[in-house]
Design a protein around this ligand. Structure first.
Ligand code: FES
Length: 573
């Protein structure tokens, strides 16, 4: 599609076969909004508003939109707000991940179709920032991200609590019989006490930090709590900066380079961030022709310690991270390992940002110095082996040390429904040293790769707090335990995971990054013969998703949405 004009309302004209008529009629309809002719001649800055009453995390986005508009007006632009799909993590079936790619298509299509000179992307809940970045990367229109910001923690029995690391902690205690239902009801009101995204280093906060590390957000924007006035000022500055981006024509593909993704992976590791971020970064990079490899993740992981002690890794909350200086303090600690020439939406390089932003020393309580890290290197580990030929992920920093080298008997659940039905069945034959295996919960099998990898410990194993658990699913960034995720190829594609049976021996060898199934090739070949693929849904988005979704190693993006440079398997990075 041709871009008929270079500026404002003359861009992306409606096709009538008469461009002058299209321009004339557009101006006429635009003036019906009540703007004076002078306003209509300004650069048009789209504001993507992902507010929805089914997305609690985005409750304050309308206020943020007002602030962004102030900034756009002040800088001489015309701000025009429009909606796209919003994904509220807790309000979607089967899982928000199933809809991430759809949201990214919505974003890309609307950025391509409308007369915009630049865009401000407002999001925050887990899948929204990835979808916004994927869409913006594909449309490659000048763009800047403003995050909703994290919630503040609540208080329960004299201690601070927050979504959703504490949801899981208390739920685990309830399942073990250590808590009453009435106590959970009291806790309910305190886990998410304000607007904003989950207040721990879950996927939403991790992705906000990585968006800043990628250079797509103004410095300091990732961790400001949703309810702080500072969040509104960040919005205003971003609106102002968007007008400059429109003039400079600085595009996402010039910012999100291979070096920028390397920086983001470093920051992910230093944060002890969510495993989901690996999938999202891979998908965003894939839109730009950059291939992120698990080998590179392991290389960086081996030499990047965890410096941030925010739940689920530490005891702090995102508000503490913000007050400790957030990325302004963390990035200088990583300075020697970062690509400092990487450009950012601020108009300066990452290196210039580090020079300019006021420096404060790490407090060694929330952000630790590189010389004395919170945890040693290796927070995230990509595994391979005959059970995961294309890879799997273990969040080593959240695992029990005694299970990192472990061999046990498989107890297999064939699907999520099977898991729900049998895990607490007293007749289930299971021991504490067994390995819980969940099949058919990957991108195609789930569908949508739900956050089911954190399998519940069977109730009959009273007092057991962790077991080795394996699946092709994901895990919430707020969860913890010895949980191997993203096993690829997934079971629904006939990967080796589909061939595991009760009683098989499985070995996790974290020291050598291996995940193995001790079953001989002949027996595996026999089981492979018996395997049948799931049926294709008859129509609609279900069918599109089933046919197009790729493995976790490719970001679980749709094949036809990846950059053409990667469509034939060629890797640019
Ligand atoms: Fe929205 Fe956690 S539910 S960020």
């Amino acid at each position: 599609m041709a871009d008929e004009g270079t500026h404002g309302y003359s861009r992306r004209l409606t096709e009538y076969g008469d461009r002058e008529f299209a321009r004339f009629v557009r101006q006429s309809f635009a003036s019906s909004q009540g703007f004076a002719p002078k306003s209509l001649g300004k650069p048009i800055i789209g504001i993507v508003n992902t507010y929805s009453e089914l997305n609690n995390c985005h409750r304050l986005l309308p206020d943020l939109v007002v602030a962004v508009k102030r900034g756009v007006w002040a800088a001489g632009g015309l701000p025009l707000e429009f909606p796209v799909i919003s994904l509220g993590e807790i309000f979607l079936h089967p899982t928000s991940m199933w809809l991430r790619n759809l949201m990214s298509m919505d974003v890309e299509a609307m950025l391509r179709a409308q007369p915009l000179d630049a865009v401000v992307l407002l999001g925050g809940c887990d899948k929204t920032l990835p979808a916004l970045l994927m869409g913006a990367a594909s449309a490659d229109l000048p763009a800047i991200v403003v995050a909703a910001g994290p919630m503040l923690p609540g208080e329960f029995e004299g201690e601070r609590v927050g979504a959703c690391s504490d949801c899981r902690r208390f739920w685990g205690a309830y399942r073990r019989g250590e808590r009453e239902r009435s106590e959970l009801l009291e806790l309910e009101a305190q886990l998410a006490p304000t607007a904003g995204t989950c207040g721990v280093m879950g996927t939403a906060s991790t992705m906000a930090c990585l968006t800043e590390a990628l250079g797509m957000m103004l410095p300091g924007g990732a961790a400001i709590p949703a309810v702080y006035a500072e969040r509104l000022r960040q919005g205003e500055w971003s609106g102002e900066r968007a007008v400059a981006l429109a003039e400079e024509r600085l595009r996402p593909s010039q910012i999100m380079t291979e070096q920028a993704f390397d920086n983001a992976l470093r920051v992910l590791l230093a944060l002890g961030g969510s495993t989901n971020a690996i999938i999202h970064l891979t998908a965003i990079a894939g839109r730009l022709g950059i291939r992120l490899s698990l080998d590179r993740l392991n290389e960086l992981s081996a030499c990047t310690p965890v410096l941030v002690a925010v739940k689920p890794s530490g005891e702090n909350y995102m508000v503490d991270f913000h007050h400790a200086g957030a990325l302004d303090v963390l990035l200088p600690e990583l300075r020697d390992d970062l690509h400092l020439a990487a450009p950012t939406v601020a108009g300066s390089t990452l290196g210039e940002r580090l020079e300019r932003r006021r420096r404060r020393a790490p407090d060694a309580q929330v952000i630790y110095p590189r010389s004395r890290p919170f945890q040693e290197a290796g927070a995230l580990l990509a595994l391979r082996g005959n059970l995961a030929p294309e890879g799997a992920i273990l969040k080593r920093s959240a695992a029990s040390p005694h299970l990192l080298q472990h061999s046990g008997r498989a107890v297999v659940f064939r699907s999520l429904a099977d898991l729900a039905q049998r895990v607490d069945d007293p007749a289930l034959e299971v021991r504490a040293d067994d390995v819980l295996v969940l099949q058919n919960a990957g991108p195609r099998g789930g569908p949508g790769m739900p956050e089911a990898g954190y399998l519940p410990i069977p109730k009959q194993l009273t007092g057991v707090k962790d077991m080795l658990r394996l699946s092709d699913a994901r895990m919430s960034g707020t969860a913890f335990g010895t949980v191997v995720l993203h096993i690829t190829p997934e079971a629904a594609l006939g990967g080796p995971l589909a061939l595991v049976r009760d009683g098989d021996r499985i070995e996790l060898d974290a020291a050598n990054a291996r995940l193995s199934l001790a079953v001989n090739e002949r027996e595996l070949a026999r089981r492979r013969e018996e395997w049948r693929p799931p049926s294709t849904p008859p129509r609609g988005y279900e069918r599109l998703y089933h046919e197009q979704v790729q493995g976790a190693d490719l970001g679980a993006d749709f094949a036809f949405l990846r950059h053409e440079a990667l469509s034939d398997g060629a890797a640019a990075g």
